[in-house]
Design a protein around this ligand. Structure first.
Ligand SMILES: C[S@@+](CC[C@H](N)C(=O)[O-])C[C@H]1O[C@@H](n2cnc3c(N)ncnc32)[C@H](O)[C@@H]1O
Length: 311
């Protein structure tokens, strides 16, 4: 075949690939609209104070989502843990599983309630109210789905979360545990009020003994908590700086079960307002953790989250 014909073929295949992706996206959006129209009845919407935010929350839990996944540390060998990890990465790249609709609608109703909390709130040079802080700091659709998929494909049972905030990520983690059909437990740690009280009331009401909520900073409380537990999944979403990442990872390092997974949020975060001028160096901290001899594989998801498979 001549070079010109080959080039034409490549261009034509690329064009039909792009057209197919476009058609898939349109079809997916239409399917999601059909489902939302059927499932958001006037009665269910009448229970909400912010119906548009409620519907948007549901949409992000069920529409098609795929992630970019970049490997930063690989290893040879095939055992059940590495196979699980590989499957998880394939799922994240091709389509992150939706949140079950009953869970999504419960979470959307809780979010609707938090939306209405207009008590003033000040935090490290930021002033607003609970409603706005909740929206800025919490995990919704996309992150919730990455978390749930990690627990689902990692078959994680003993979960640790650093940075509970209002309990949204905790809720999705506990639902993923329940969906796996296995007994397990979540320990979650929060260093600020009123987040701790709001989250622990909601999580204890829904999940009883399956969750333990601790109040305290990771620097002071984590070494004591980590002493008596074996963890197979940790979500780090507390202090975001090189120092926080490394100190917290080291505090739990000897409590990780073989094949444990660790998800670290905001690995490229730099916020001059929250950090009051000092450099946070999150990405440096993430890279130093990746280099730890306990880390077998490490990937970056959507350029913003780091996922580790441990020895
Ligand atoms: C981004 S929010 C967590 C969001 C929550 N994981 C979610 O996805 O819904 C971070 C939380 O970590 C808490 N935090 C920050 N530094 C902390 C520390 N050193 N120890 C304990 N909690 C901390 C903050 O008070 C805040 O509520």
């Amino acid at each position: 075949m001549k070079l010109g014909d080959e080039l034409k073929n490549v261009i034509s295949r690329a064009a039909s690939f792009v057209a197919r992706r476009g058609e898939d996206a349109v079809r997916d959006a239409r399917d999601v609209d059909i489902c939302l129209l059927a499932l958001c009845t006037p009665e269910s919407l009448a229970k909400t104070r912010f119906p548009v935010a409620y519907v948007e929350f549901l949409r992000t839990c069920i529409e098609h989502v795929d992630c970019t996944v970049r490997e930063v540390k690989t290893c040879d060998g095939s055992d059940e843990w590495t196979e699980r990890f590989t499957t998880l990465l394939e799922v994240l790249r091709s389509g992150v599983p939706p949140i079950e609709f009953s869970t999504a609608s419960d979470a959307a109703l809780i979010a609707d309630r938090y939306h209405a909390l207009l008590r003033p709130f000040r935090f490290k040079g930021w002033t607003g109210d609970i409603s706005l802080h909740f929206q800025l700091s919490s995990s919704f659709g996309r992150k919730a789905r990455i978390l749930s998929s990690t627990i689902r494909y990692g078959r994680s049972k003993q979960l640790l979360e650093l940075g509970t905030a209002y309990g949204m990520s905790g809720l999705f983690m506990l639902e993923a545990l329940r969906a796996n059909g296995e007994t397990g437990h979540l320990i979650t740690l929060e260093g600020s009020e009123p987040q701790y009280s709001i989250a622990s009331e909601m999580l204890k009401n829904r999940y009883h003994d399956t969750v333990t909520c601790h109040f305290g900073t990771t620097e002071e409380t984590l070494p004591r908590i980590a002493k008596d537990v074996v963890i197979d999944f940790m979500f780090h979403d507390a202090g975001h700086s090189r120092e926080d990442y490394i100190r917290d990872f080291n505090a739990v390092k000897n409590s990780f079960a073989p094949g444990a997974l660790v998800l670290i949020d905001d690995i490229r975060w730099e916020d001059p307002l929250m950090s009051q001028g000092r450099a946070l160096r999150c990405y440096e901290g993430w890279m130093e953790i990746c280099a730890d001899s306990k880390v077998r594989r490490a990937v970056e998801i959507d350029n913003s989250m780091g996922l580790l498979l441990l020895l």
